[in-house]
Design a protein around this ligand. Structure first.
Ligand code: OOB
Length: 552
């Protein structure tokens, strides 16, 4: 795994001594649970299927053996792009069993993103749906092979495989473990990357985040403790399964570590989720604040029996205090806030914290091994208590560098290994942090991060556009959406639908990144050093949105 930045020996030693790093692979920890809780239900799907722990163990070994037979080798990178289905869960676990390193792509990603990840990682395999809403992923796979010659294995789920590709459901129906001993499967080094997560993104090119077995196992085991998960836990996580929040914070792996059950939903719509919550007596609902608001405000909520609900776990963007305050009186359950990042840092409020901490802060580090600083971005010195500054983190589950990104790493990490999060926070007197804003240039669309530079690069490729700036505009539902300010070449004109068509069909980007407003201007406001003044643009669009919504 060239291009991976390990923890310095001194820290690795400390994390082992402290008992954070167990030197066990994710597969070893999961297999232990598959045996311990064998007959318990691990997964229920919205199509009625149920899987016990024993089923998950058997089927993931089976897929691992098939991948091994098809030529997948230890540390080979595997693009996983499956929606929230049992096949996705088994594909993730099976890839790990084969020694492969899954790259947790989103179902919404298209050729621009997947092609980039495939090239950067030299991925060997691609696991995808056959078709979703008319989009043919096997056709995209053909284009990917041209971009990344390393890609020689394509597996699909939910539809027939084209010649040369394999169907995941068919492999899962073939008990290869009766012919081949599971002892052929390799054991990866727990100090090497187990999973490649995707960065929220502040750069033109999205980054991959290497999470090692040691770091990720500790991440979800500790997280399951902090959220007090156990065999009674029934968790619904209607966010993409590959996202760090849904996978490991505490997510799928945290639920399985505790012996609980995850309810999988193919749709994030509240109309679909409410009956699922009632039917399966969901105890934990995980969502970004937009989803918590949708739950609170749903007109039919009171028609459903949600009496099993014990806790809402929310993060990804800031939970408005007014929304936080409604949870207990209206849903009758607790809330735990998390400030999380795919790079690893996790700040959680605790269930027994005083009310002001639970409602108004984003928590404190989940591990006693975590260190953080709040740094004045101007001086580089620690901010005074209560003063706003950039959050820097270092710890047993915070990476020391992005994968194959040496140049960017020099900026994103301090020389002594702190990850510079780009988030602006201040310290609450209780020792918890409160998120106040950010200095990184990205747009947080309902928890989904969009790098301004990345979308600007795609917009600038349009022949009519001379210059552009993508900024966040406020949105009542999602918090933020992308607004594109553009300067056109003389004599050109452009509308939002034309720009969207170009971004989707020519640039082939994921739909959630599309600008939702286009502002054509003659010039940009500049800062005194001559850069585009994005702050001024953000203020301008915020003022216009307020006028449009009748605010004062
Ligand atoms: C989670 O991870 P990412 O990598 O998609 O996004 C990280 C960024 C943070 O740097 C921050 O800007 C924002 O998302 N964020 C929050 C927040 N939680 C995340 N901003 C305000 N308040 C919060 N509570 O989003 C993520 C990863 C694991 C667990 C939960 C969320």
């Amino acid at each position: 795994m060239d291009g991976f930045v390990p923890w310095p020996e001194e820290y690795a030693h400390r994390y082992r001594q402290s008992g954070y790093w167990l030197d066990r692979t994710i597969t070893e920890v999961m297999d232990e649970r598959f045996r311990r809780f064998a007959s318990r239900t691990a997964l229920v799907c919205d199509d009625g299927r149920k899987f016990t722990y024993e089923d998950l163990g058997r089927l993931s070994t089976r897929l691992g053996l098939h991948l091994n037979r098809l030529g997948l080798r230890v540390y080979d990178r595997v693009l996983l792009q499956l929606p929230n289905t049992a096949e996705a869960v088994i594909s993730y676990l099976g890839t790990l069993k084969a020694g492969g390193v899954p790259i947790m792509a989103l179902a919404a990603h298209r050729e621009a993103e997947i092609g980039h990840f495939a090239q950067l990682s030299e991925a060997r395999a691609y696991l995808a749906p056959a078709v979703i809403r008319g989009f043919d992923f096997q056709e995209m796979a053909e284009a990917l092979r041209g971009l990344a010659p390393s890609l020689d294995l394509v597996l699909v789920s939910g539809g027939p495989a084209r010649p040369g590709n394999h169907r995941i459901e068919e492999l899962l129906a073939d008990p290869i473990e009766e012919r081949v001993d599971a002892g052929v499967l390799p054991r990866p080094d727990p100090d090497l990357p187990a999973v490649l997560q995707l960065s929220g993104g502040t750069t033109g090119i999205p980054k991959l985040i290497p999470r090692t077995h040691n770091d990720y196992v500790y991440n979800f085991l500790r997280n399951a403790e902090v959220c007090e998960l156990d065999e009674a836990t029934v968790m619904l996580i209607p966010i993409p399964q590959g996202h760090n929040f849904a996978l490991a914070c505490p997510g799928l792996m945290g639920v399985l570590a505790g012996g609980g059950c995850e309810v999988l939903s193919g749709s994030p719509s509240m109309d679909h989720l409410l009956p699922l919550m009632e039917r399966h007596r969901v105890t934990h609902f995980v969502g970004v604040p937009t989803q918590i608001l949708a739950l609170l405000n749903h007109p039919k909520r009171l028609e459903h029996d949600l009496s099993a609900l014990r806790c809402i776990l929310t993060g990804g963007s800031k939970l408005n205090p007014e929304v936080a305050l409604r949870i207990k009186p209206e849903l009758g359950c607790d809330v735990q806030q998390v400030l999380g990042m795919a790079e690893g840092p996790l700040f959680w409020t605790r269930l027994d914290d005083p009310e002001d901490v639970r409602m108004f802060t984003q928590g404190r580090p989940q591990s006693p091994g975590d260190e953080f600083r709040i740094v004045n971005p101007g001086t580089g010195e620690d901010a005074r208590p209560g003063e706003m500054g950039e959050l820097w983190c270092r710890g047993p589950h915070t990476i020391r560098g992005y994968y194959r990104a040496a140049e960017h790493n020099a900026k994103a990490f301090s020389p002594d290994g702190f990850y510079r999060s780009g988030d602006l926070v201040r310290l609450h007197p209780s020792g918890n942090v409160v998120v106040e804003g950010r200095i990184k240039d990205c747009i947080n669309r309902g928890g989904e991060k969009i790098s301004a530079e990345e979308i600007e690069n795609h917009i600038l490729a349009h022949p009519g556009i001379a210059n552009c700036a993508a900024v966040a505009m406020p949105d009542a539902l999602l918090g933020e959406k992308v607004c594109a300010y553009v300067i056109l070449h003389p004599g050109k004109d452009l509308t939002l639908p034309v720009l969207s068509e170009f971004l989707l069909n020519t640039r082939k980007i994921a739909r959630f990144k599309l600008p939702e407003r286009l502002e054509v201007v003659d010039a940009f406001p500049l800062t005194n050093v001559g850069k585009i003044n994005k702050k001024a643009l953000r203020e301008r669009i915020a003022a216009e949105c307020q006028v449009a919504s009748g605010g004062s």
